[in-house]
Write a protein that binds this ligand. Structure first.
Ligand SMILES: [Zn+2]
Length: 348
């Protein structure tokens, strides 16, 4: 489930050394950080609805917690770290808290890109976060690779949003899944009349005031579907952000052997911090000053792995994690980064 209700990490803010490109995020003048602050009448109605569902679940012998029901209804706290304070910035990346999965929303000068949408049960919350952040149209959707923790919630997003272009990797037929999540996404794509654009390393897209470059996948015969993950870099003035999906060593090695400039200020760490990603080669090429790991609290995979963390720590100890920090929002003014997290291990 989500990382909500995790204990706050007491030392996360103060223990991090200052870096040149980060600074304190100015507090929004109007307070709220996207927490649930619904009016009385609506709140009572939702509570009643939750109780009815809870009673039905008890009757059919499949009890759910109230939090699970709220998640199901999408009425819990926002999964975005910031829904109020980022409007003064022309560029923001929101690393949404989708538990053990991935979902990032880039907002650049009025344009937007959604990279992945978490597991199916997060579809409603991802959609809500997109709308809470004021996005009415997704100019681009990138479905990094067809695993359910990345595309599970995608069908709901596609069905309920205007979508410009949808970018996906070219996956060999023997690795193409026949999962329900993949089928659902394709069905939504078809129903919407969307055409899928295959990711091609070297392609560039203008996203408002930023530029997005596809860096991977480069190879076409990886054994692991994760290595077909679309990897892209988004550059806004002097700041840049790299998104690596679940790419692991074989894909990382192909990218570091290419001529592309992989350097980035912020790295979305590959494969939820798995030990088979974030190799020395790619870290040396990226030289990240901030890393973000998207993983679920107490996940059964042991993500993030200590070996990966140790390799990353050689470059930075500014490591943000959705399992500890909740959702993470990083704003850029073109030269400096401003970081805010849902759990309050704010900025810097
Ligand atoms: Zn994954």
């Amino acid at each position: 489930m989500s990382g909500k209700g995790n204990p706050k990490r007491s030392s996360s803010g103060s223990s991090r050394p200052k870096r040149s490109k980060t600074a304190s995020a100015p507090r929004p003048s109007s307070g709220k950080k996207g927490k649930n602050s619904k009016g009385g009448g609506k709140g009572i109605f939702i509570t009643a609805l939750c109780l009815v569902i809870f009673a039905v679940m008890l009757l059919i012998g499949k009890p759910m917690t109230m939090t699970e029901i709220q998640d199901m209804l999408g009425v819990g706290d926002s999964i975005a770290a910031d829904t109020a304070g980022g409007s003064s910035f022309d560029f923001a990346v929101h690393y949404l808290d989708v538990g053990q999965g991935d979902s990032e929303l880039i907002i650049a000068g009025g344009c937007s890109v959604l990279i992945d949408a978490g597991e199916r049960e997060y579809g409603t919350a991802v959609l809500k976060a997109i709308k809470d952040l004021g996005v009415e149209k997704l100019d681009y959707i990138i479905a990094t690779h067809p695993h359910s923790d990345h595309i599970g919630g995608m069908a709901e997003v596609i069905e309920n949003m205007d979508v410009g272009k949808m970018i996906v990797p070219k996956v060999p037929s023997e690795l193409t899944p026949t999962s329900a999540a993949y089928e659902r996404m394709l069905k939504a794509v078809k129903k919407k009349g969307l055409k899928l654009t295959q990711a091609k390393a070297g392609d560039t897209y203008t996203v408002g005031n930023a530029e997005m470059t596809i860096l991977g996948p480069i190879g076409s015969n990886y054994e692991d579907l994760n290595d077909f993950s679309v990897v892209c870099k988004v550059k806004y003035k002097d700041t840049s952000f790299l998104f690596t999906g679940d790419a692991s060593f074989p894909s990382e090695d192909d990218m570091t052997a290419s001529d592309e400039d992989l350097s980035a200020d912020v790295l979305k760490v590959g494969h939820h911090g798995s030990t088979t990603s974030s190799g020395r080669g790619i870290l040396a090429a990226v030289q990240p000053s901030v890393c973000v790991i998207s993983c679920g609290a107490g996940n059964s995979y042991g993500h993030p792995h200590e070996k990966a963390l140790n390799r990353i720590r050689k470059y930075t100890d500014k490591i943000y994690r959705t399992d500890l920090d909740g959702a993470i929002s990083i704003f850029s003014d073109g030269s400096k980064l401003y970081i805010r997290t849902a759990n309050g291990s704010d900025n810097e």
